[in-house]
Design a protein around this ligand. Sequence first.
Ligand code: GLV
Length: 321
Amino acid sequence: MTKPEILVARAVFPEVIARLEEHFVVESNQRDDSWTQEQFIQKLQGKQGAFTTGGDRIDAVVLAACPDLKICANMAVGYNNFDVDAMTQAGVIATNAPDVLTETTADFGFALLMATARRMTESEHYLRAGKWSKWSFDMFAGSDIHGSTLGILGMGRIGQGIARRGAHGFGMKVIYHNRSRLSAELETDCKATYVGKEELLKTADHVMLVLPYSPASHHTIGAAELSLMKPTATLVNIARGGIVDDAALASALAAGRIAAAGLDVFEGEPKVHPDLLTIPNVVLTPHIASATIPTRLAMANLAADNLIAVLTGKKALTPLN
Ligand code: GLV
């Protein structure tokens, strides 16, 4: 029997490519070349499967040009690069990579919160620049994590992981807002209280964004929302670029409207709003919340498992449609 053909759009672990090659004829991109949409379509034509990452867009144009496609497996939990409705219409299965990254990403969210509230990168830059000549009582004084109020917008698995860390590890009061309320059992487990979005923004000492991106969540945090937050508050975005209006955030940070922000994701990344690069009270990281080797390997293997299952006539493990 001839093996199905698949395209792996980005460089990935060689052992995952080797696994895929046991089942498929694989065209990979181990040099991690950047392809135009035309090049991507050209390479995808005639393939039954695609291994994608969050930057590889699958939409009606791609689907119309690639009628042999049966499955696109995203090596990411977020899937705003997929037009899932168009994929469903075209009979293409979409899968993402949930669960395997939950705890790693929650760890990172917490690390970014702590680095931001306690001004770690700002003070490190000061030290490295040779500016530290003497200690002073309020030098780089930040805000406390322990005992403070953590507001989580978006209470999926990662949000719950962050809530547990805050409530059980740091004695934080956790409030959250989500499209749907958690079960009473999960609320107890996370020690989290459901509140409206406005109340969350007004009362949280630290606001953590973990909601998925969609046109409905575009600019969930803009100038109006930032103006509701405490001037001493911290904002952390580990969700997706576009959930925050980065220009409005840069203005709010520069004006001291909120104390600090920690951002792992950006509108139009890998470009970053130029003002964010010069403002001191922001911690910036390049979309690395799930980046540990075991977790990235598990994400890649889950994407591979989905491709293998679907293209050998079985059910997808983590289907989106
Ligand atoms: C990373 O951003 C992911 O969605 O997995």
